[in-house]
Design a protein. Structure first.
Length: 123
């Protein structure tokens, strides 16, 4: 059995849990959360963001994208957007690193919906 319960369904599962980390960087502010999940709920969580936050391994990300992938509004300037990082750790697999730039509104929605915690930056 896994040592920790899956954070979505609250019970331990046979075998080990997988995990993800979602981070939103909004200027100086960094919001992040790591979740330990059973494989089923990990895939559910990843599926929510998979399209908007493409895997770097797929080479889909273009740094010149001018639309927020979440709401399709134009991103005016880098200053008016935030960086979204999703790291997916599946068993027996390399970390799946995903990245996108969201508009500030979608970024803060993400922080709220996923209950990301603000991180203290070290001095
Ligand atoms: Zn679960
Ligand atoms: Zn947006």
């Amino acid at each position: 059995m896994s040592i920790f319960p899956c954070e979505d369904h609250g019970r331990r599962v046979p075998g080990a849990l997988e995990s993800l980390r979602l981070t939103v960087l909004d200027g100086e502010d960094r919001y992040s959360r790591r979740m330990r999940l059973c494989p089923e709920h990990l895939e559910e969580r990843v599926a929510i963001l998979a399209e908007a936050v493409p895997s770097l391994a797929d080479g889909q990300y273009e740094d010149r994208e001018v639309l927020c992938p979440s709401c399709q509004q134009p991103l005016n300037r880098a200053a008016a957007s935030c960086a979204v990082f999703l790291y997916v750790n599946r068993r027996h697999a390399e970390t799946d690193e995903r990245y996108a730039r969201f508009c500030l509104r979608c970024g803060s929605t993400l922080v709220h919906n996923w209950a990301l915690q603000i991180q203290q930056l070290k001095d």
